[in-house]
Every structure is written in C-alpha cells, then in structure tokens.
Write a protein that binds this ligand. Structure first.
Ligand code: ZN
Length: 328
C-alpha cells in the first residue's frame, strides 16, 4: 500500500525547521526542542505507518519521501525510544571524553552528566565547553564547586588542592560562571535521578550497601545514577533485599549489560570518564535504554600518554599523572 503523503508544502522549512537550512540526523535535538509529537508526524505524514515501523530509516516508504522527511521521522521515532548517555567525573580529560563519544557515536540521543567536569586533568576549558555543546543536563561535583569557590578545599588532599587552584587559573570567566551555576543533585532528568555522591549529601562517597540504602529507598524514580567514587558498579533493591551488582566489563570486552527489572530500584555508577579508580584505566560511562529495560556499562581505551604529556607540561602534580595509567 502506498503511503498517504502529506499535503504539498506541509514539511516546509518555515513549518518544521525555522532556524535551520540543514535537517539531517544532526538536527534531531532541534526538532525535539519543538515538541513535535510522534502522533502529529505520523498522522499527518505517513498515517499508514503509524506504530508499525521501529526504524524509519529502514523503511522504503519513508526513505522514498526524501532525506528531509525521513530525517524528521527518524528523529521523532528515536525520541520515543530514547537512549541516554550517562557521563560522570570527566575531570578535564578531553582525550578520554572524545574517545568515549567516538565509541558511543550513534548509540544515544540525550546526555546527562553527574558532575566533576573539571579538576585533576589538563583540559578544563575544552571539556567544559564540550559538555555545554552537548547540552548535557549536568549537576555539580565537589571539584566543580571547589573551582567555582563554592566550597573550601580544606578537606582536599594537597595534590587535589593544587589541581583546583591550577584549574581555576585556567578557566575562562564564561566557563567558570557556568560551573558555578550548576545545580546540586538530586536532580530528575530524562527519566532518571542524578546525584554526584550520596543521595542526601553530594560530597559523601557510596561504596557499601549501607551507604547505598538511602538512595535506593529515598530516590523519586526507580533508577538513580551517582558518581564521585570513580568505580563503575551499583546496587539493586527489592523486598528488603539489597544486591551488589558487578557491572564492570571484562578486560577484553568493551561493555556489559544490566537487565533492569520493573520491581527493583537501582543505584548505578557509570564509572569515571577522566580518572577511573577501579583498576581499569579505560574511560567508563553508561548508556541507559529504560524503555527496553537495559543499561550498558562501557569501558573505552584512550591515549593516556597524550593526556599525561599535557599534564606534565602544565606542571600538574606527578601522582595525578601517574594514576591515569594505573586506573587507581
Ligand atoms: Zn570525581
């Protein structure tokens, strides 16, 4: 059956792409920003397809409508089955961030960040700018706070304190203002809850089941992501049973998959992009597809030597340089 085509002129630039001359896959965010619903697109456009095609980019009818049309449909359909990239503890490591984004390219639609955008690493402006460009819903970490002068560095070790001072001296006013304005977790975003450290205290670490319990019980949504420990892993809770989850991919594997069960509550750590401490130096992050009850935990190798070179050039403390190779 031939698809019912939209009236002539329905998909004009002025109607669907007011600020854009290029509507390819890269403009999906812009399309989403207008709240064009899936129903509107399908009923006005290719009503005979409604609900039948999971992937419009594989549909001959939609493709026959030409690149602008299939792009719009693709964007809208993908909104409905959103995959969420979860980044944490980037720590001004641009090489690790770019390697992560390259590896995950095409596998996500929205992105969130659990804080510690800066601190320790050599690229505070570049990483802050990149996260801003990505449009990530971001909460603050303790390093972001310290750099923005929102907390004292009294509790920081001397090496971390030095890195905070160096980072502050490097950041542009604009990036510093952006970091200073980051909201505190817990924050609901994209269907999950974001916290940097513990649920009730952003600066506390969550390593043990006891420390995880309040987040599992008090969070407003079934899945909460946390960072701060730089350890990929997590906890699940159901009927007074608390489970420690081993989510770290094996050394020869790039990802592991967690099946999310509807009756359980989860507290999950995507790992650290920029300074892993769980004995695997590869950059860590997660991709959540809650509609399909899946969270993937990724580990991606990157050129650590390049980052270390920039750190030494910047005279950042040697222990910080060395620990990147160890992943500890
Ligand atoms: Zn951190």
């Amino acid at each position: 059956m031939a698809p019912r085509l939209p009236p002539r002129g329905f998909f004009t630039k002025s109607r669907f792409v007011p600020n854009s001359t290029n509507i390819g896959r890269t403009r999906i965010d812009e399309i989403r920003g207008w709240n064009v619903s899936r129903q509107v697109i399908f009923s006005c456009y290719v009503s005979s397809h409604s609900g039948r095609h999971q992937r419009v980019d594989e549909c001959s009818h939609c493709l026959a409508l030409g690149p602008p049309a299939s792009s719009i449909l693709l964007g809208t359909v993908r909104t409905g089955r959103m995959r969420l990239l979860v980044l944490s503890d980037l720590h001004a490591n641009l090489t690790a961030l770019e390697a992560s984004l390259d590896a995950a390219k095409g596998s996500w639609e929205r992105v969130v960040c659990l804080g510690d955008v800066v601190g320790y690493g050599p690229d505070p402006n570049e990483v802050t700018t990149r996260i801003r460009e990505l449009g990530a819903a971001t909460i603050r970490g303790n390093h972001d706070k310290a750099v923005a002068d929102l907390m004292s560095t009294e509790d920081f070790n001397p090496v971390a304190k030095m890195a905070v001072n160096w980072t502050r001296s490097q950041l542009s006013n604009e990036n510093l203002d952006w970091l200073a304005a980051l909201p505190q977790g817990p924050l609901e975003a994209e269907g999950v809850v974001l916290v940097h450290g513990a649920f009730q205290d952003e600066d506390e670490y969550v390593f043990t089941p006891t420390q995880a319990l309040e987040g599992l019980l008090d969070s407003s949504l079934p899945v909460t992501f946390y960072g701060h420990t730089h350890h990929q892993g997590g906890f699940a809770y159901q009927d007074s049973q608390l489970e420690v989850l081993q989510l770290h991919p094996r050394n020869n594997e790039i990802r592991s998959v967690l099946r999310v069960e509807a009756e359980k509550r989860y507290l999950l750590n995507p790992g650290s992009v920029g300074q892993p401490r769980d004995s695997d130096p590869r950059a860590g992050f997660a991709i959540a597809d809650l509609e399909h009850q899946v969270v993937e935990f990724w580990r991606v190798p990157y050129e650590i030597g390049k980052v270390q070179e920039r750190m030494r050039k910047a005279r950042l403390p040697e222990p910080l340089v060395h620990r990147l190779s160890l992943g500890r």
